[in-house]
Write a new protein. Structure first.
Length: 205
């Protein structure tokens, strides 16, 4: 990146860092955009040059993840199922996040769990993943994109992945590294088996 891009990246990272600190200290609802801007030493209008809302700061990595996921599904070669493509994307995403502290993910999870507004925002984000996955599953099933089967399969897949990503602060059994990948493969194998069973059944008229 050039100097200008590096400066923008540092500003973005500063906004996220100070915002999450303020959210932890004052709560999400108790923190204003003016508070965040003041702590980041920027003007409020500058904040909106980076984020459209406080919610977008909490889920600052969502848009990049969604774009990459959509691109991976759309670029999959002939014969590659949606779940194989999803696994490949997930492994890349996990590898890219190796430098993200687990404490940061845990702080976000606690914040979301304690804030109904953020829980609703997270559900909306998951719905976007579910919609693009349902379209890919419909192609696997050779079914209309608006039919029920693809949406049921996609909903089950997103729910499974969401469950894998959730853990309480008291739970020390969270899988890591190779174990996390093994658990992921078990979930995807189960989902793929269901998809294969549907492919062998005729579509109801």
């Amino acid at each position: 990146m050039g100097l200008r891009e590096r400066k923008k990246q540092r500003t973005r990272e500063t906004i996220v860092r100070v915002a999450m600190d303020l959210f932890a200290e004052r709560g999400f609802e108790g923190t204003t955009i003016h508070d965040i801007a003041a702590s980041a030493e920027i003007a409020p209008r500058t904040f909106f040059g980076y984020f459209r809302s406080k919610e977008a700061v909490v889920f600052h990595d969502f848009d990049a993840a969604f774009v990459a996921f959509s691109a991976r599904l759309h670029a999959r070669p002939a014969g590659e199922t949606a779940f194989v493509a999803m696994r490949a994307w997930l492994l890349d995403w996990i590898a890219e996040r190796e430098d993200v502290l687990e404490a940061e993910d845990l702080a976000r999870r606690r914040l979301v769990a304690a804030t109904p507004t953020l829980e609703a925002h997270e559900r909306a984000n998951l719905a976007r993943f579910e919609a693009v996955l349902a379209q890919a599953v419909a192609e696997d099933l050779d079914a209309p994109a608006d039919s029920l089967r693809p949406h049921l399969v996609a909903a089950a897949a997103v729910a499974a992945l969401d469950a894998l990503g959730r853990h309480s602060e008291e739970d020390a059994r969270k899988p890591a590294g190779e174990e996390a990948v093994a658990v992921l493969d078990e979930a995807l194998a189960f989902l793929q088996g269901g998809l294969d069973a549907l492919r062998r059944r005729p579509v109801a008229q």
